[in-house]
Design a protein around this ligand. Structure first.
Ligand code: ADP
Ligand code: MG
Length: 706
């Protein structure tokens, strides 16, 4: 067998040809024999069971019925003609209907002979019918019972319009399997096959397309899912090992003066155990010879900023600069102000760089960065511009990483430090969007992960309730009471790109009605949204931060990071339109002070099932990880990570949520394998090496992010 057999262009397969090949490529991305082989059926029709007519349900399912045609007639209506057959078995009667091809069908049908009919049942009045059924004479059907379960392949409208029906695709795959003579080299080692009792590759590929029975289908699915996840993990883990070996890190050996002074004299509170543990993990990591590439997860309010600061002090103690990048100007500014205050009595130079930093300031800042006079740079993605050059960047921290794209993050890698001989800086990525373990393992399998799983002491859990719009007056009454107690309030409106104009109108209408109900001078209201000039936004934000206004009306721009401890009520308008992680982020803006905080989710009465689940989850838990798990189940991994990254998760057969158990098994086996045979040199691992090498060369596994 030609080893490149599977690389053959699909046009060469019997029954395909150039024009069908074009359609296959355009519609399903199928270019080679291998692509077709990996076009797995979406579902299977079980043709092993038969239904009686009196058992039929209008369920839209495909069923198989044995019976006879006792009568044929043409029915003419305004909309056209149809051929109707009365079909009976011993339990009752039904209709078979054809809207096209009458003449040919009428001639070929035999009256009073037993048929097996197959198709989707619908119901008109009290009569069941199957339009355009597949028909086979019973005796022929009994002779040809080779395929027990019929595969249904993915399809598109264009595909069927070009005559590439499910039957045609089935034929193509059959042809391919025939020509291949079952030559599909094994890609897993014998040990693994035996230990997990996996069926051989060739058998799995046959049975995934044309299962002999339910059991073999299940085993074929398991084997192929395992294999897919195995090689994804293999890529992630070997990448991590390579990085640890090859990429020299900047050794932060000293815990020096700045770190110690800050810890002993300026730390405004006692660190939580979780914060201490995480700092230690990071310190060990940066002290080793390898470059750190770490994800720091911690729920909103868990205190990631102070951890970031202490890590930056470590960098400075070792003679390096550090930077902290945040996704919005508001957040960057808040970080800058917060850090400056913490560092007030220390000899450390810190600066802020955002899109609105003035040119003259910028020039000065660039100079200070390059000559090493600046220790810490806080900023937005303005930091990534090529003009921004460091003297010796040792640590780059990214806050709220889910807001940044892949390309942006990789740019940080290349802000290398001449002093470290061109070694990339250590990277710490912080996120308050907890990533469920399974997903973290798959997406970030090559990062190290630290988790702050404890909130600072004295926090009162936020009370969350769901209220309908017609209770608004009551809600406003509650707000007035809270404001009387000296508290501040956020009122947040959705802003979805597709309906931006409408959303702004809602926001403005909402603002006007709030202004009516909360009249000046007793009440002062701030408003912040994306269409305002940055300076105006900052001005309004400042007034709220200083407590000059009691109510902040805003779109989701305040979602990340903003910290106003005196704000204790969060109202979310049209809460059904927000995703779970966004609701959780928004809620995290309150509950930062000593007071009891509240989150009120406002909606109308019309709610989808998913929306109900989201609201119910929010009112029942404050735990970000629990919420993330529900979110993952509701939305699937692609959406959860945002569209930018969803492409990473285009698995062919496995499902990261549903096949979590298989994922864990696969990861375990990869770790074992690489421990025992890191370079895959052993004879028994040759199949793995061959398959892996090919996948890497063809980039058929995910193209990983960082
Ligand atoms: P996040 O993890 O959401 O970024 P922050 O770093 O903004 O959280 O911290 C939230 C608030 O908790 C801040 O006001 C911070 O000063 C405070 N904080 C952080 N750590 C502690 C601690 N160990 N004890 C008391 N307060 C803390
Ligand atoms: Mg934060």
């Amino acid at each position: 067998m030609n080893p490149n057999f599977l690389q053959t262009p699909i046009a060469y397969l019997k029954g395909v040809g150039p024009s069908r090949a074009d359609v296959l490529k355009a519609e399903l991305g199928i270019e080679t024999y291998r692509d077709l082989l990996h076009l797995f059926p979406n579902r299977y029709l079980d043709r092993t069971s038969y239904y009686k007519i009196n058992q039929l349900q209008p369920s839209g399912a495909d069923v198989q019925v044995v019976g006879k045609i006792i009568h044929l007639k043409m029915v003419e209506q305004k909309r056209g003609k149809r051929l109707v057959a009365t079909f009976v078995d011993e339990t009752g009667q039904m209709e078979l209907v054809w809207f096209r091809g009458h003449k040919w069908i009428k001639e070929s049908l035999k009256i009073n002979e037993p048929y097996v009919v197959f198709g989707r049942v619908s119901q008109y009045g009290s009569t069941f019918s199957i339009p355009h059924p597949e028909m086979e004479l019973l005796h022929k059907h009994q002779q040809g019972l080779k395929i027990a379960m019929q595969p249904i392949f993915p399809s598109t409208e264009k595909l069927s319009a070009s005559g590439i029906t499910n039957r045609v695709v089935s034929k193509m795959v059959q042809q391919l399997l025939l020509e291949s003579k079952g030559y599909f080299p094994e890609s897993l080692s014998k040990d693994i096959l035996e230990e997990l009792r996996l069926i051989p590759k060739a058998e799995a590929l046959f049975n995934i397309h044309f299962p002999k029975n339910q059991e073999l289908l299940a085993r074929a699915q398991f084997r192929l899912k395992f294999e897919e996840l195995f090689f994804v993990q293999m890529q992630l883990i070997s990448k991590k090992m390579l990085r640890k070996q090859k990429i020299k890190g900047l050794p932060f050996e000293n815990v020096g003066e700045h770190f110690t002074t800050f810890f002993e004299n300026h730390l405004p509170f006692e660190l939580t155990e979780a914060q201490k543990r995480v700092i230690k993990e990071i310190r060990n990591d940066m002290g080793s010879n390898a470059q750190m590439n770490r994800l720091l997860q911690g729920d909103v309010g868990s205190g990631k900023t102070i951890v970031a600061l202490m890590c930056m002090l470590l960098a400075i103690d070792n003679g390096f600069q550090a930077c902290l990048m945040a996704p919005t100007e508001i957040l960057a500014t808040q970080h800058y102000n917060g850090l400056k205050e913490l560092l007030v009595n220390m000899d450390i130079k810190i600066a802020l760089l955002t899109g609105s930093t003035k040119k003259s300031e910028r020039t000065l800042l660039h100079n200070q960065l390059e000559n090493g006079n600046l220790n810490i740079l806080v900023g937005t993605h303005a930091i990534l511009e090529d003009k921004v050059q460091f003297h010796n960047l040792g640590l780059a921290i990214v806050d709220e990483q889910h807001r940044f794209g892949v390309a942006q993050r990789s740019k940080l890698w290349h802000k290398s430090s001449p002093k470290g001989g061109g070694a990339p800086p250590h990277i710490l990525v912080m996120t308050a969007t907890p990533i469920p373990r399974t997903l973290a393992m798959s997406l970030y399998g090559d990062l190290d992960v630290s988790v702050i799983d404890e909130l600072p002491p004295g926090r009162k859990p936020i009370t969350t309730v769901h209220r309908f719009d017609n209770n608004r007056l009551k809600v406003f009454g509650f707000l007035k009471e809270e404001i009387k107690k000296g508290r501040q309030v956020y009122i947040v409106y959705p802003l979805i790109q597709e309906s931006e104009a409408m959303d702004y109108k809602d926001l403005m209408d909402g603002y006007e009605s709030i202004a009516r109900d909360f009249p000046q001078p007793e009440y002062q209201i701030s408003i912040v949204h994306g269409q305002m000039k940055p300076a105006d936004k900052d001005y309004e934000m400042e007034r709220f931060v200083k407590g000059e206004t009691q109510i902040m009306v805003a779109t989701t721009v305040i979602e990340v990071g903003v910290n106003v401890p005196n704000a204790s009520v969060m109202i979310i308008e049209s809460a059904e339109r927000f995703g779970l992680s966004q609701l959780h982020q928004l809620r995290g803006r309150v509950g930062r002070g000593a007071e009891q905080s509240f989150c009120i989710l406002m909606t109308g009465h019309k709610l989808s099932e998913d929306a109900k689940t989201r609201l119910q989850t929010m009112t029942s838990t404050n735990d970000g990880f629990e919420i993330a798990e529900v979110d993952l189940k509701l939305r699937g991994p692609g959406d959860l990570m945002g569209t930018q990254q969803s492409g990473l998760l285009t698995l062919k057969i496995a499902d990261i949520v549903k096949d979590n158990q298989i994922l864990q098994t696969a990861r375990y086996h990869v770790l074992q394998l690489l421990k025992n045979d890191p370079k895959l040199e052993k004879e028994e691992n040759a199949p793995v090496l061959r398959a892996f090498t090919r996948m890497m060369a063809q980039k058929t596994i995910w193209n990983y992010i960082s």
